[in-house]
Design a protein around this ligand. Structure first.
Ligand code: ADP
Length: 268
């Protein structure tokens, strides 16, 4: 990976004419890495799409055959098919979002967003989903607008992905807290930008998984993630949007102690 590449070009500095060679070597490595990542990605996408398609094909066959004259079974199979179709549609829309944010990553966002207002909107939007699991979304906001330079739709997606994860993985009958901290509100954080944190009281994440959560299709528990309707792309999208906004994403979690996802964004 990256470390190997670095040691190769650093070692080459001692060689009289080695530098150019080492640089082109590094380029080749980067190109090969990009190629391998693309192949992995295509393989992952194909696998993720094939799973629901196979399920749908299987159920269609069952509906034509065994379940044909059993209205109860038919209804049950149709609900599963509906869910699988929704999953596919979510996957395709997440793929489109990811490709869009990757393309735009180098372009600075031009708009201006009030995070306080955005947080209220997202919380209201996700309240019905949370209510199904008797989860309460609590917002802790300063009572003034909190403006940051940014793309409103993309920051809405960041918040919505983080809050819906907290609802999905936070456990039923619990609370999700969305807190917006102004820069300088705490002396030790002065000058660090606006902090937007989403905390849940769920089962938490073991330390070795944490650095990998923002990889595309990485999931701690594939079955669990599928069951709650996850695509494995949510945090990858968050990472790219935050990086486009010159921000940072911090994940604090421990098994049994819930998780906090914090986005730190520079102010104007
Ligand atoms: P998914 O669509 O699977 O939720 P994400 O990219 O949003 O994909 O998240 C990747 C994985 O990180 C999830 O599958 C889950 O295992 C883990 N995860 C994300 N948010 C939380 C959370 N709040 N608590 C526990 N695990 C989480």
């Amino acid at each position: 990976g990256r470390d190997t590449t670095w040691s190769v070009s650093a070692g080459a500095v001692d060689l009289p004419q080695g530098r150019g060679v080492a640089l082109s070597f590094e380029d080749v490595t980067a190109v090969e890495e990009a190629g391998a990542m693309r192949r992995d990605f295509v393989a992952n996408v194909s696998h993720e799409l094939r799973t629901p398609v196979t399920a749908l094909a299987g159920f269609i066959e069952t509906l034509r055959g065994a379940a044909r004259d059993d209205p109860k079974a038919r209804e049950r199979f149709l609900s599963i098919m509906e869910r699988e179709a929704a999953r596919m549609s979510q996957l395709v829309s997440d793929l489109l979002s990811l490709s869009r944010v990757e393309q735009e990553e180098r372009l600075r966002p031009t708009g201006k967003v009030d995070l306080s207002n955005l947080t209220l909107q997202v919380a209201a939007l996700l309240e019905p989903v949370a209510a199904r699991d008797r989860v309460r979304i609590e917002t802790r906001l300063p009572d003034v607008p909190v403006w940051v330079p940014g793309d409103e739709e993309q920051l809405r997606q960041v918040l919505s992905n983080l809050v819906s994860n907290a609802v999905k993985y936070g456990g039923a009958d619990r609370e999700v807290v969305v807190e917006l901290g102004m820069p300088g509100a705490q002396p030790e954080l002065r000058g660090q930008g606006v902090r937007l944190s989403v905390t849940d009281q769920g089962e938490g994440i073991a330390a070795h998984h944490v650095p990998r959560l923002t990889e595309r299709f990485y999931r701690v528990d594939t079955h669990r993630s599928r069951a709650v309707g996850g695509t494995g792309l949510g945090l990858a999208i968050v990472k790219h949007i935050v990086s486009r906004h010159r921000g940072r994403l911090r994940i604090e979690s421990a098994p049994g102690q819930g998780s906090t996802f914090t986005v730190i964004l520079p102010v104007a």
